[in-house]
Design a protein around this ligand. Sequence first.
Ligand code: ZN
Ligand code: ZN
Length: 157
Amino acid sequence: MDEAGGCACGKVRYRLRATPLVVHACHCRDCQRLSGSAFLTNIWIERGFVEADHRALRSVMLQGGSGKPHEVFSCPDCGTALYSKYHAAPGDTVLLRAGTLDRPEAVRPDVHIFTRSKMPWLPLPDGVPVFESFYRIAEFWPEASRERLRRNIAGEG
Ligand SMILES: [Zn+2]
Ligand SMILES: [Zn+2]
């Protein structure tokens, strides 16, 4: 996959250089609050596959649901949040907001999570797995994604 994206004002641009490990539609209260909407579509991917001037981004440290920090990276000018780093998550991986892609239709959610706080007026599509909260990576991710995560944790990409 090679997709471009960026913030609302155009100052920050990035390229997504690999297929997502997994794509979440997250209906947790944090994602609702941060998006101002019903859910966020998050591309979980190794940070190294998001080509950007990461140091130019503004980061804000929030408290994640796990108790460990949830760091949100945004354009310093317009404030568009581009990705989150959950410090509880394994490896050097980020959750990139799919709505910031130039072609957000390039991905679709593999799974809906934290549906316990899903908006009651929002129907979910048939055939996509749904979890009330989170799931176990080992039980849900395809082997290719688990292998990529193992390499990432080992510092190999
Ligand atoms: Zn901007
Ligand atoms: Zn969430």
